[in-house]
Design a protein around this ligand. Structure first.
Ligand code: NDP
Ligand code: 2IT
Length: 445
């Protein structure tokens, strides 16, 4: 390994003990930079690796709220502003009991390069809380969101830091967060949060954007092998925002999704998942996925099973990090799967990615394939700033173009450095070069 990369990773490991997810994300990006470091000595001379891997700011705060029984609850809130080299900090908020600084840092680091790939002038950030929304009443969710925003609002702004949703945070939570921001600041500053309901200034197609974008990216990849989604059997992990709209677009493009999941297990429906049922269960009733099998003849729920057990042509991990490991990759390949497209952030382990590459499977990393969500968030910011509301088709057309451009940029760098079809390499190099050049241009700040 290049000694500059090696010493940078070593120093990060020493300075960030117990942050294995953050180190996993950094290691993957830095290892991709091997050929460009030799070519561009400025990267070392300007300490770009050190500067890009140290967050500009990390905010941690206590969130106290009262539950329905009158008990005082205490959670921890986070917002990491990792890089504002290309624009205001931009990235989602995750509410999940597993949220730690490590999780927020890995997500914010990935977001820097993902956002750079969109070409839309947004920096990288992420936030969240270890608050668990499962089983909470609407009133509890609202009180938590209000308490969370009461601590965070000082740090936000249309050109400073613009949060959005992620796991456990959708349009309902963004509405409560925006309401509290408005109450505290006395400003109807729409551009301070994205993923809003359309009635509050949200963009049409934002809800669909991440899932749709991942499938547009998959279609671009398949086209390079003169193939398409038509007639393909797919599995999609998760059944949240990203998974539902990923599966919808697969169906629209002629593929068939036969399995989806949540953290309790998977549903298998050989006739193709009925997404109206999944959307009703997850978006309206907030129910568990096992309910699906009671509403759909011919389908079955497998408790504790993951979707990788069901044979497919393409797999779309759309739930959480490190959910597809080496054994899962082996099983998928043995069953004939030839492409993995990441809707989630870092869902595939490094060992699994290595095996997929070795076996010539197509692999789309999250920072490229799931960039459609944040890209449409940036389009929401544009609409808010211009007091405009674009049509669904206008936004969806832009999304398609953006995903095609990201695919083209990844392919360009992969081919330039003789790593054809290496989308991990292409995405890391393309995202890094844009960011590094901006960092260097500012001088030392
Ligand atoms: P949601 O909260 O809408 O859905 C998350 C889904 O993943 C649920 O089905 C959930 O199951 C499952 N899941 C979450 N955590 C775990 C876990 N630890 N183990 C097993 N299953 C789990 O989130 P999103 O759809 O918004 O996000 C999914 C992924 O996509 C995340 O990696 C996120 O970072 C990424 N992403 C999201 C974007 C967005 O715009 N929302 C944009 C780009 C990436 P259960 O309900 O049982 O917990
Ligand atoms: O991981 C992601 O890109 C998101 N959760 C969406 C971020 C955003 O600002 O829309």
């Amino acid at each position: 390994m290049n000694p500059y990369i090696e010493s940078s990773i070593k120093s990060l490991a020493e300075r960030n003990p117990a942050q294995s997810l953050f180190l996993q994300a950094v290691t993957e990006v830095f290892e991709s930079l091997e050929p460009i470091l030799a070519e561009i000595p400025d990267i070392k001379a300007h300490a770009i690796l050190e500067r890009v891997s140290e967050p500009e700011r990390q905010i941690m705060f206590r969130v106290c709220w009262v539950d329905d029984q009158g008990n005082i609850q205490v959670n921890r809130g986070y917002r990491v502003g990792f890089s504002s080299a290309l624009g205001p900090y931009k990235g989602g908020m995750r509410f999940h009991p597993t949220v730690r600084l490590d999780v927020v840092k890995f997500l914010a680091f990935e977001q820097i390069f993902k956002n750079a790939l969109t070409g839309l002038g947004i920096g990288g950030g992420k936030g969240g809380s270890d608050f668990d929304p499962k089983g909470k009443s609407d009133g509890e969710i609202m009180r938590f969101c209000q308490a969370f925003m009461s601590e965070l609002y000082h740090f936000l702004g249309e050109s400073t830091d613009v949060p959005a949703g992620d796991i456990g945070v959708g349009a309902r939570e963004i509405g409560y967060l925006f309401g509290q921001y408005k109450r505290l600041t006395k400003r109807f500053a729409q551009g301070v949060l994205t993923g809003k309901q359309v009635g509050l200034g949200g963009s049409l197609a934002r809800k669909e954007a991440t899932g749709f974008g991942a499938v547009y990216f998959a279609a671009e990849m398949l086209a390079t092998r003169e193939d398409s989604l038509e007639g393909k059997t797919c599995v999609v992990s998760g059944s949240g925002n990203v998974a539902i709209y990923c599966a919808r677009k697969i169906h629209e493009l002629g593929g068939k999704v036969v399995a989806m999941s949540d953290s309790s297990g998977s549903i298998h429906d050989p006739a193709g998942i009925d997404l109206d049922i999944v959307a009703a269960l997850k978006e309206v009733e907030r129910a568990r996925i096992d309910q699906y099998s009671q509403r759909r003849r011919g389908s079955k729920f497998f408790a504790g099973e993951r979707v990788w057990s069901f044979p497919c042509d393409l797999a779309f991990p759309c739930a959480t990090q490190n959910e597809l490991d080496l054994d899962d990759a082996k099983k998928l390949l043995d069953d004939g799967c030839f492409a993995v497209v990441e809707g989630a952030n870092m869902p595939t382990t490094p060992e699994a990615i290595a095996l997929l590459k070795e076996k010539n499977a197509l692999f789309a990393p999250g920072k490229a394939a799931n960039a459609g969500g944040v890209a449409v968030s940036a389009l929401e910011m544009q609409q808010n700033a211009a007091l405009q509301n674009w049509s669904f088709k206008q936004v969806d057309d832009r999304l398609k173009d953006i995903m095609a451009t990201i695919h083209r940029d990844c392919t360009f760098y992969a081919n330039k450095y003789k790593r054809p079809e290496d989308y991990v390499f292409g995405a890391n190099v393309a995202g890094f070069l844009k960011t590094a050049s901006a960092i260097q241009s500012y001088g030392v700040i």
